[in-house]
Design a binder for this molecule. Structure first.
Ligand SMILES: [Cu+2]
Length: 97
């Protein structure tokens, strides 16, 4: 019971935080084909070029890219497409394959 209450209050605080940053979301993608240390740079540049993207953090080790974006200006699909078109297929984490 206590655990559930903790989870609920955590959820409430997350929702409050999202309201404070209306429109800005963060999503993590898995990135394929990153084979050398300069690949993350290419992925970052291609994602950052999408209008509405606020920030990109690419991890070469984890093969992921965490992207902050304004959901009024772009979408996860558009961001993934930018990386995919650059030769690095991107898929949102947690949405299967
Ligand atoms: Cu490379």
């Amino acid at each position: 019971m206590k655990k559930m209450l903790t989870a609920l209050s955590l959820l409430a605080s997350v929702m409050t935080a999202q309201a404070a940053f209306a429109g800005e979301q963060t999503i993590t993608f898995t990135i394929e084909n990153m084979t050398c240390a300069s690949c993350p740079y290419t992925v970052k540049q291609s994602m950052a070029a999408v209008p509405g993207v606020v920030g990109v953090d690419v991890s070469f080790g984890a093969k992921t890219a965490t992207v902050s974006f304004d959901d009024a200006k772009t979408s996860p699909d558009a961001i993934a497409a930018a990386s995919t078109n650059a030769g690095y297929p991107a898929k949102p984490v947690g949405q299967g394959s």
